[in-house]
Structures are given as C-alpha cells and as structure tokens.
Design a protein around this ligand. Structure first.
Ligand SMILES: CC(C)(COP(=O)(O)OP(=O)(O)OC[C@H]1O[C@@H](n2cnc3c(N)ncnc32)[C@H](O)[C@@H]1OP(=O)(O)O)[C@@H](O)C(=O)NCCC(=O)NCCS
Length: 227
C-alpha cells in the first residue's frame, strides 16, 4: 500500500519508550511512523512500514518503500527512489537521480554525488540554474552495502550484493559481489550475500566461510552456484 503524505493529517504522540513521534495518516488504516522534525515534501511517497528518523529531508518526487529505515539527518533529493527493506544510516546524502534497490545498506555519512564537473556559476558570473547542468546518478542494485563515509561519484552502477569499504571514493562501476576499498576504490576481494569475504577453493570457485554457500566466477561475473 502506498501512502502519499499529507501534512494536514499529521498528529504528534509518543512511542512505547516515551519518545515523541509523528504519525501521518491517509485514511484511518494507513499509519506511518516518523521522527519529529522530519521534512517531507507533500509530493514524496513513503510506503506504510517505513521508518524515518529526525532531521531527515525527503524532497518532492522521492519515494521510500516498505520495511526501509532512514536514520537522522539524511537527505533524499528530488525523485530519489529507495527500495524495500533498506537501511540508510544517519547523515547519508543521496542526490538525484540516484536509485537504490531492495535490501541496500547505506552507511553513515555516505554521499552520492550528481554533478560530475560542478560549478556554482556560469563564465559570466551568474548563478547556474537547473537548466545549466546535466545531473548524473548512481544505480545501487539489490543487497549492496556502502560503508561509512564512502563517496560514490556518479555516474556509477553498484552491482548487486557488492560491498564498498568505509571511506572509499568510488569512481568506477562495481561488479556484483565485489569488495572494493580505497581512494580511488579498487577491488580487494569478493563478498557473499551473508556479508563475509569469500575464500577461493579452486580457480574460479569460492565459498562463504559463514554460510557455506558456493559461488562461481563466470563470464557474466560472480554468481551463487545455487540461486
Ligand atoms: C572493507 C572491510 C569490509 C574489510 O574488512 P576486513 O576483511 O576485516 O579487512 P582487514 O582488516 O583484514 O583488511 C584487509 C586489507 O584491506 C584494508 N582495508 C580495510 N578496510 C579498508 C578501508 N575501509 N579502506 C581502505 N582499505 C581498507 C586493510 O588495511 C588491509 O590492507 P593490507 O592487507 O594492505 O593491510 C572493512 O574494513 C570495512 O570498511 N567495513 C565497512 C564498515 C562500515 O562502514 N560499516 C558501516 C556501518 S558503521
């Protein structure tokens, strides 16, 4: 069920721990749990079952799907799409036109840029307007994780279930299941769905030490053998 937020329908109450929360409803059966001081455009969409904490700003046309939690002081630019069951941590800055798939983890203070060659003004000194620049975005696929403070420099595609180390500056596409780190980010290994580094058991064959799941490196990239 999709809920279009209406400021006029907000009421403030407290949760089971006594913290003040804001409930937003459209109709009597659609209730959404939000922090106080959340700034959500009336044209944003937040599914029932998402949790948005204090200080977060969600701009017009952005959408947040069910089961997703967004921490404090995060920013979603106009039209940014966030999938189901994501965890977006405090202070993440996600500029449009980034798209985040289902089950994605975004660490605290991670940044997704949208202007490859930024300038505030035109050569004649006048401020640039929306028409004066071409926005580029990051596509983050299912299950991917972006570590704390990482900067994803658009345009980029982060493959499904990849992992970006804390503090990385990502300037190239990241293959599915790849573990990348550093400035600029380079691949330092592979990670499985469980989130552990994979161990190579034979050339092109890997196993997850935590789950025992097997992976194979094929021409299309790394894949779980049983999926
Ligand atoms: C990348 C990561 C998964 C690697 O963990 P690990 O396998 O235990 O790594 P190790 O400590 O064994 O380090 C392996 C190598 O990678 C380097 N490395 C580890 N983390 C790194 C990082 N964030 N950036 C750059 N290099 C890193 C280590 O220095 C080491 O290099 P060396 O072999 O030359 O000494 C982990 O360091 C990381 O960044 N996790 C994300 C944490 C995070 O942001 N969480 C968000 C919620 S708070």
């Amino acid at each position: 069920m999709r809920l279009q937020l209406k400021y006029s329908l907000r009421t403030t109450t407290s949760d089971e721990m006594g913290r003040e929360i804001t409930l937003v409803s459209q109709g009597l059966d659609a209730m959404q749990r939000l922090g106080v001081n959340v700034e959500i455009s009336r044209d944003a969409h937040v599914d029932v079952g998402a949790v948005i904490w204090n200080g977060t700003c969600i701009r017009e046309g952005a959408s947040v799907s069910a089961g997703t939690s967004i921490g404090r002081n995060a920013y979603l630019g106009p039209g940014v799409k966030i999938g189901k069951n994501c965890k977006i941590q405090n202070g993440a800055l996600i500029y449009e036109p980034t798209t985040i798939g289902d089950g994605v983890f975004i660490g605290p203070s991670a940044i997704f840029t949208n202007d490859q060659y930024p300038r505030a003004i035109l050569p004649d000194g006048t401020p640039k307007t929306e028409a004066d620049w071409r926005k580029v975005g990051v596509t983050v696929n299912e299950g991917a994780s972006v570590g704390a403070g990482a900067i994803c420099v658009a345009p980029l595609i982060l493959g499904r279930w990849c992992m970006i180390a804390a503090g990385s500056v990502v300037t190239n596409d990241v293959p599915p299941f790849a573990l990348v780190a550093g400035v600029p980010a380079r691949q330092i290994g592979w990670v499985g769905k469980y989130g552990a580094k994979l161990t190579e058991t034979a050339e092109g064959f890997f196993v997850c030490p935590e789950s025992g799941e097997s992976y194979e490196l094929t021409q299309e990239g790394l894949k779980p053998i049983h999926e």
